[in-house]
Design a protein around this ligand. Structure first.
Ligand SMILES: [Zn+2]
Ligand SMILES: [Zn+2]
Length: 362
């Protein structure tokens, strides 16, 4: 569980963009790994800061994070804490560039359709994803098993090449990934026959995701490391699962509440009845009080959708429509006339009956 991003940056939840930037700038400089060579925890702290800023510094992600927590923000995406740092300080003020080694694989996005029932209960879903995955023959290293590699001459095995550049304040050493070996420090002599030295092959793999109860349409879940494998043993990217919640006839969702429409005859609305409803928790009986008006809403507490990351559930709201009877039989017609007379309500003279006779003579 990542720490609260606001806590990481030491700002309040109402902090402005400017305050966020300021907090990040100050903290990132303090805990940059190159400024703390003796602190083994500095890199993790630096990464955490970058992640917090990647989310809060983006208005869209920040609002998702505020509403749904880390699970709903889609995570920081494909971000590199050193890239974020560089965007603030225009390069690397400590004279190093840490990004050596093989490239990270790309992130992937897939869509996943779930039902409203699954939103209510939460669900574990398994589905196949076809992508570039680490080659099993060479364990992603790209070298044919049993063959040797040789140390890269260009970078002498370091994976990094350094360049001296003349800058404003004197000479500056910049370092970058060795173009010859792609940061591996090694050169492959006999490429793997399965992946031709790429270290990855295309194949279909089953992916399993836990969809927490209470998710919403359009939210993304991140599955770490299930994106594309990086070339030649590089870390895999992440898989983003974009949720689509299928519409359910008769049900409408309003945040954590679910609205259900039902219709009852006017006799039941007038005299009261007990409705049997198929709710998400099974069959439930709902009392409709006598004198219920069309459009009135009955509330079943805590039978709606879970509040994501907050605990508790919304309500199931049953909106009641009232059916007025039509095509009355002679007995029914008489009874309702009697009812109207008792209440002193004027009604039309046998319109239905006379209409029928008129039609018959037409
Ligand atoms: Zn291979
Ligand atoms: Zn090299």
């Amino acid at each position: 569980m990542p720490r609260d991003y606001y806590e990481v940056l030491g700002v309040s939840r109402e902090a402005s963009d400017e305050e966020l930037k300021k907090a990040y700038r100050k903290l990132a400089r303090e805990c940059h790994p190159d400024a703390n060579p003796d602190d083994p925890g500095a890199e993790a702290k630096f990464k955490e800061l970058g992640e917090a800023y990647a989310v809060l510094g983006d208005a869209n992600r920040r609002s998702n994070y505020d509403r749904f927590g880390a699970a709903g923000s889609g995570g920081p995406g494909a971000f590199d804490p050193f890239d974020i740092f560089a965007s603030f300080f225009g390069g690397d003020p400590f004279g190093f560039n840490r990004r050596t080694g093989p490239q990270r694989g790309r992130d992937l996005v897939v869509a996943l359709e779930i039902t409203l029932e699954e939103v209510v209960s939460g669900v574990t879903k398994s589905f196949p994803v076809r992508s570039l995955r680490s080659c099993s023959r060479c364990s992603g290293q790209g070298a044919e098993p049993g063959t040797e590699s040789t140390t890269c001459e260009r970078c002498a095995g370091s994976g990094t090449v350094r360049l001296m550049q003349r800058g404003f304040f004197g000479n500056v050493v910049t370092a970058s990934t060795c173009p010859e070996c792609g940061g591996l420090g090694q050169k492959i002599l006999s490429p793997c026959v399965e992946c031709r030295g790429e270290g990855r092959v295309e194949r279909e793999e089953e992916v399993k995701v836990e969809v927490p109860a209470g998710v919403d349409d359009g939210m993304q879940l991140r599955v770490t490391g299930r994106g594309e494998a990086g070339p030649k043993g590089g870390v895999a990217g992440d898989l983003y699962v974009q949720l689509r919640v299928k519409e359910m006839k008769g049900f409408e969702r309003d945040g954590a509440d679910i609205l259900l429409y039902t219709e009852i005859p006017f006799s039941q609305a007038a005299l009261g009845t007990t409705l049997k409803i198929d709710s998400f928790d099974g069959k439930v009986e709902v009392d409709v009080p006598a004198g219920t008006q069309p459009g009135e809403t009955l509330v079943l507490k805590n039978q709606g959708v879970a509040h994501l990351g907050k605990g508790g559930r919304g309500d199931l709201l049953i909106r009641v429509g009232v059916k007025i009877p039509s095509g009355l039989s002679a007995d029914e017609d008489q009874l309702i006339r009697k009812f109207a007379a008792l209440r002193g309500e004027d009604v039309s003279e046998h319109q239905g009956f006379m209409g029928k006779i008129r039609n018959a003579f037409r």
